[in-house]
Ligand binder design. Structure first.
Ligand code: PEP
Ligand code: MN
Length: 281
């Protein structure tokens, strides 16, 4: 099947995120660009938990070659009893980490009311999987000039995923990066099933950069390095991974978080893959 016939599978009403509208784009985040020859590695803790935890992680991932720092301030947790994030305090800590390391910040925004403050403290807004179809939120971030990291809902088809991107683009914000983070299947061993075929599909039909989240996509830290390599080999423009100085003590997603040394080792392997696909990290 060639690219043209794949595109015929998508509703003709989806137009702004489809490749015909323009060549592949690059999205600038701080001093870095997502898309193009360079591969982007976004790393950091699932949640910002403390000053020490965040700064130690930020310094270390920077040394290992990450280009953007992640860290959740407002957390979408399955249960209301779980750690909900430090909120504005976390945003301030992210700013401090940026000031020290120079790494731009991506963090999730969960509600329309929080867009203004999260925008003030970050370089890129993350729309989480659970909010991929929160249309008022998509319209609101579409009115900003911030780059948007749009994560695929775990039950969303490719057309629904692009439909959500379309909401943001239609408001005038074309700085959208798509992120595959695993979908629900019948398989219970992994947390989700990382759909790497979507990378190849999106590369054929859309001009938007695509990155992959092997941490949420698998749920197991031991599966992160191999799936990160596979993502880059499949044509992904980068990866986003969870890293924690002491994953056993993490307040969220410890099981899928790499420790600092594991992240550093993974980066060595990714450099080999980058070379093989003619790109750089
Ligand atoms: C996260 O990045 O920590 C997160 C909650 O991601 P997702 O929305 O993909 O579950
Ligand atoms: Mn997480």
């Amino acid at each position: 099947m060639n690219g043209k016939s794949l595109k015929t599978k998508i509703s003709p009403e989806i137009r702004l995120s489809i490749r015909e509208s323009q060549d592949s784009i690059r999205v600038k985040v701080g001093g870095f660009e997502i898309g193009g020859d360079n591969l982007t590695v976004i790393a950091g803790p699932c949640s910002v938990e403390s000053r020490e935890q965040l700064l130690e992680t930020a310094r270390s991932v920077k040394r290992s070659g990450a280009s953007i720092l992640r860290g959740g301030a407002f957390k979408p947790r399955t249960l209301p009893y779980s750690f909900q994030g430090l909120g504005v305090e976390a945003l301030e800590l992210l700013q401090e980490a940026k000031a020290e390391t120079g790494l731009p910040i991506v963090t999730e925004v969960m509600s329309v009311e929080d867009v203004e403050i999260v925008e003030r403290f970050s370089d890129m807004l993350q729309i989480g999987a659970r909010n991929m179809q929160n249309y008022p939120l998509l319209k609101r971030v579409g009115k900003t000039r911030s780059p948007i990291l749009l994560k695929r809902g775990f039950s969303a088809t490719i057309e629904e995923f692009l439909g959500s991107a379309e909401y943001i683009l239609k408001e005038g914000n074309w700085r959208v990066v798509l992120c595959e983070r695993g979908i629900r299947t019948f398989e219970p061993i992994t947390r989700f099933t990382l759909d790497l075929s979507v990378v190849a599909v999106l590369k054929q039909i859309s001009h938007l950069p695509v990155i992959v989240d092997p941490s949420h996509g698998t749920g197991w830290s031991s599966l992160v390095p191999p799936m990160a390599k596979a993502a880059l080999a499949a044509g992904s423009d980068g990866i986003i991974v969870e890293v924690h100085p002491c994953p056993e003590k993490a307040l969220s997603d410890g099981q899928q978080s790499l420790n600092l040394e594991e992240f550093s080792q993974m980066m060595q392997g990714l450099k080999e893959i980058a070379k093989a696909v003619g790109r750089t990290i």
